[in-house]
Design a protein around this ligand. Structure first.
Ligand SMILES: NC(=O)C1=CN([C@@H]2O[C@H](COP(=O)(O)OP(=O)(O)OC[C@H]3O[C@@H](n4cnc5c(N)ncnc54)[C@H](O)[C@@H]3O)[C@@H](O)[C@H]2O)C=CC1
Ligand SMILES: O=c1[nH]c(=O)c2[nH+]cn([C@@H]3O[C@H](COP(=O)(O)O)[C@@H](O)[C@H]3O)c2[nH]1
Ligand SMILES: [K+]
Length: 496
């Protein structure tokens, strides 16, 4: 009997209906046919029903991942960040405003001084420059710029050594527009000022040089207001309604209702409330890992589903609570339901390489949400530290004791649950440089993966999946070892 090519490999519905929880590393796709160059692969997608993205990348709403700098960088790359809610609502709103106040891929957060103030070097907080305005805030007139290297050892007011107010650049300019002003006019720095006169930031020749050394920026994520698309998370407490209002007023384009188990009366009530109060804002529910959980959230009106329970690198939920699901199975199962309702799926957690991104997207997700993959970047909050000869940044679970204690005043305001049990850990991740560099390279690797599958776009990958054309298999332990680097005495792993 002739071998049947259709019987070679398993289509996803068959593989994922055997009562086994699989994660990304357990499965491998069989290659398809290449009929186009990798550069032709189209990764455009949707975060949620009404939010298109040029790349399928979402920064997780965690306090060691997503604040203003991450949000500006991700949006300028065509992705998006969800600003975390482990802080006071007005601070979370100001982070959103900062990211949306510009079209540049970075946020320097330089300090502001008044002319009479007498800052010490530490008040520059590591910045080369500080802006001097009449009242020492961003809303009063710019009168000068102070250079950290020129600070006097005597205690003197800034007005005695500040330089004249620099040339201003409109905050509505994109990077190339702003950069060409600095380059053409030979400036070391310029101030970024809004049309309303608000002083926003400093852009330096060093910034221009750094960003021009990275791959060219693609199509940014811009909302109807012409500003960067920024998402933000909320909890499900009564106080979160007040937070939600502040976030919407700050211009949040999408709201992530942040919970480890989204199928709860608290979340369903919050979704219904938010959909009624702010129908123009896309609402992302979760987390879910089953069709039944997803069904309840979709029925309540969510515009996006966040999938993953216990799959995160810092998660201990499966260990502590004995619930969750292997992430490949979770993504496939939820996506198989969500597609019938045109609700995009965000594969959240467990992404540690480009292959995991290819797997998540090819199993039905529209985007991947990442924590640890981004936490070691220049744009993540926090400063680098030296640890065992390596440069690292702190990365912690939002359910870790440390994060819960930090957020208890804000997130858990009025929380009566006195016995807090951690569902996450505090750790550190290695320095990865700027997301503006490593995300474009990662996306190129994802395009190569799609090319191998014969998928010229995300839609085409989903078509292959749902038509059972995409074939996959489970890798044995030995096959996983074989698929990794093995048998070498030593090696250097450099991806780009
Ligand atoms: N994706 C994952 O696997 C996990 C993620 N996390 C992250 O950790 C953080 C905390 O997650 P959770 O502990 O699930 O937060 P949560 O706020 O959803 O739940 C904490 C506790 O508060 C209760 N609760 C929520 N709203 C309530 C209300 N209105 N009234 C009374 N009780 C209410 C919940 O039932 C739960 O017992 C989030 O950022 C989450 O994303 C935590 C664990 C697992
Ligand atoms: O069990 C958990 N305890 C925690 O403390 C915690 N904090 C975050 N998360 C979830 O992990 C995702 C990020 O995962 P990665 O680092 O693997 O990208 C995030 O996007 C979350 O879904 C947690 N899960
Ligand atoms: K885990």
């Amino acid at each position: 009997m002739a071998a049947d090519p259709a019987a070679d490999g398993f289509p996803a519905p068959r593989l994922f209906s055997q009562g086994v929880s699989y994660t990304y590393d357990d499965v491998i796709f069989l290659p398809g046919y290449i009929g186009f160059p990798a550069d032709a692969v189209d990764l455009t997608t949707r975060l949620s029903r009404r939010i298109p993205l040029a790349i399928p990348c979402v920064a997780s709403p965690m306090d060691t991942v997503s604040e203003a700098a991450m949000a500006a960088a991700m949006a300028s790359l065509g992705g998006v960040a969800a600003v975390h809610c482990n802080t006071e609502p007005h601070i979370q709103a100001s982070i959103i405003r900062a990211a949306k106040s510009r079209r540049l891929p970075f946020v320097s957060s330089v300090p502001f001084f008044s002319p009479a103030s007498t800052p010490s070097l530490s008040d520059f907080a590591g910045h080369d420059y500080a802006l001097v305005t009449e009242r020492g805030d961003s809303l009063s007139k710019l009168v000068g710029i102070a250079v950290a290297a020129e600070i006097s050892s005597r205690v003197v007011p800034v007005s005695e050594y500040m330089r004249p107010a620099p040339r201003s650049v409109s905050s509505s300019f994109d990077f190339e527009q702003a950069a060409s002003i600095l380059v053409d006019e030979g400036l070391d720095y310029a101030s970024l000022v809004s049309d309303d006169g608000e002083v926003i930031d400093v852009i330096t020749a060093k910034d221009v040089e750094r960003i021009r050394s990275y791959p060219k920026l693609g199509k940014p994520s811009l909302g109807a207001d012409g500003k960067f698309v920024v998402a933000a998370s909320i909890g499900t407490r009564e106080d979160d309604k007040r937070r939600l209002e502040q976030l919407v007023n700050a211009g949040a384009n999408a709201i992530v209702v942040d919970s480890s188990q989204g199928n709860s009366i608290y979340q369903l009530d919050m979704i219904k409330y938010a959909k009624k109060m702010y129908p123009e804002v896309d609402l992302i529910g979760g987390n879910v890992v089953t069709i039944t959980q997803a069904q309840n959230l979709v029925n309540a009106g969510v515009d996006g589903l966040r999938v993953g329970m216990g799959s995160g690198s810092i998660c201990t939920t499966q260990e502590v609570c004995a619930v969750g699901r292997g992430q490949a199975t979770a993504v496939f199962k939820v996506a198989s339901y969500a597609r019938d309702h045109s609700v995009p799926v965000i594969a959240d957690g467990g992404i540690s390489n480009s292959g995991h991104i290819v797997k998540a997207l090819s199993l039905g997700a529209s985007t991947v949400m990442m924590g640890s993959f981004l936490a070691g970047s220049h744009e993540a909050p926090g400063t680098y530290e030296h640890k065992d000869g390596r440069l690292v940044k702190k990365y912690r679970g939002m359910g870790s004791l440390e994060a819960m204690i930090k957020g208890s005043d804000a997130r858990y305001l009025g929380d009566t649950l006195k016995l807090k049990v951690a569902q996450g850990v505090v750790g550190a991740v290695a320095d990865k440089g700027s997301v503006l560099k490593f995300i474009p390279y990662t996306m190129q690797a994802v395009k190569q993966g799609f090319q191998d599958l014969g998928a010229s776009s995300l839609q085409s990958a989903h078509d292959l999946l749902w038509s059972d054309t995409l074939k996959l298999e489970v890798r044995t332990g030995a096959a996983q070892v074989e698929g990794g680097i093995h048998g070498l005495v030593s090696y250097e792993k450099k991806a780009f």
